[in-house]
Design a binder for this molecule. Structure first.
Ligand SMILES: Nc1ncnc2c1ncn2[C@@H]1O[C@H](COP(=O)(O)OP(=O)(O)OP(=O)(O)O)[C@@H](O)[C@H]1O
Length: 346
């Protein structure tokens, strides 16, 4: 059996522990650090140092151009279009995993790995992403777009570990620095509030100026800073004080308006998806209820899914769902938590 694997190494704790686990399982590991944005090369340095200590090969690959075009520009353009982007989903599905596969192919390596907290299982001849042992760290939500050609090659050494176990394992192997590393938070190229990022990254003449906050009945409530700075479901930071809680119900790019409403008005019973991917269509389309998640955490609603004439997915929500934002992702799961697929909300 071939025992070579290409591992994406960010320099963080999870991919570092993944390297040790793969090595322990008998794999000849090659590590690659993708340079995605300007982090001063810190991730690559840390990964190279670890690789050196473990005695594994490591190289850096400059993917800044692809990342800028496919993830960063997509991110800003989505906000300018009045939608709410999902950069980590897009990066994983369209850039990171396909690139790992290509770099592995170039080296004649079959298996590809990351430090993602997910597992995979084979069911009726097809591979599915399954939830991680550590429910709190499970990252399956970001991987619904991966196809069989990637899924079958994936090795996921962190799927069976909890984060606490991962830290203890690193410490026990003598990698104290790895064991106490901080968890990375949020979007890697935009650790700050996305609004500050937009102001920095988008030329001022492309950002709209102030516009009207309207109540859902059309009444004028005050001024806002421009529709891209507000997302559906947002309550905090509106800069407007009413004697009741209001949320962003929708934004209107053409008129630069932001419509506010009480939470009860934000519930929806259906949505449509584009750019969808399903592992096995028969397990989702017209085959009874499945679970849909539109948020990474703490939400799971039952739904019925069908395909429309124009090749979109129609999702009928049996449990209404609030704050369904266009541009966000919806991921489908079965009752056991297997990831069945997903798509982008229209
Ligand atoms: N710049 C990168 N180059 C190569 N692989 C990467 C890079 N960034 C992330 N990965 C891979 O994708 C996995 C998940 O990335 P994510 O950003 O969610 O990291 P994380 O959970 O903070 O993991 P880590 O602790 O390894 O940074 C990582 O464990 C790593 O294997």
């Amino acid at each position: 059996m071939e025992k070579r694997v290409l591992l994406g190494m960010s320099g963080g704790i999870d991919s570092s522990v993944a390297a040790m686990k793969l090595q322990e399982a008998g794999y000849e590991v090659t590590g690659v650090t993708l340079r995605l944005h300007d982090d001063g090369g810190r991730g690559a340095e840390e990964a190279a140092r670890l690789a050196d200590r473990l005695g594994i090969a490591h190289f850096e690959y400059d993917a800044r151009e692809a990342f800028e075009a496919q993830v960063v520009r997509y991110f800003t353009e989505e906000y300018l279009a009045g939608r709410t982007p999902v950069p980590c989903t897009v990066c994983n599905n369209r850039l990171k995993w396909p690139l790992l596969a290509r770099l592995a192919d170039e080296r004649g390596i079959r298996s590809i790995a990351t430090g993602h907290y997910v597992r995979k299982v084979c069911h009726d001849g097809r591979w599915y992403i399954a939830p991680a042992a550590d429910a709190d760290k499970d990252q399956s939500f970001f991987l619904w777009g991966l196809k069989q050609d990637i899924l079958e090659r994936m090795l996921l050494p962190m799927g069976d570990l909890t984060k606490v176990e991962a830290r203890a394992y690193a410490a026990c192997r003598g990698f104290q620095r790895v064991a106490v590393k901080k968890d990375s938070l949020g979007v890697c190229f935009c650790p700050m509030d996305y609004r500050a990022f937009l102001r920095r990254a988008v030329p001022a003449d492309r950002l709209p100026g102030r516009g009207a906050f309207l109540y859902e009945n059309g009444a004028f409530l005050g001024w806002h800073e421009g529709y891209p700075f507000y997302t559906v479901g947002q309550r905090r930071g509106l800069g407007i004080h009413l004697n009741r809680a209001v949320y962003v119900k929708k934004t209107c790019r053409e008129r630069n308006e932001v419509v506010l409403a009480p939470l009860a008005s934000l519930y929806r019973t259906e949505m449509w998806l584009k750019d969808w991917n399903l592992v096995d269509e028969a397990r989702v389309l017209g085959s009874g209820t499945v679970i849909v998640k539109i948020r990474y955490r703490k939400q799971a609603n039952r739904c019925l899914v069908s395909r429309t004439d124009d090749d979109r997915l129609h999702v009928r929500l049996l449990d209404p769902l609030e704050a369904v934002a266009s541009g966000q992702a919806a991921a489908f799961y079965d009752a056991e938590g297997l990831l069945l697929g997903g798509g982008i909300i229209l």
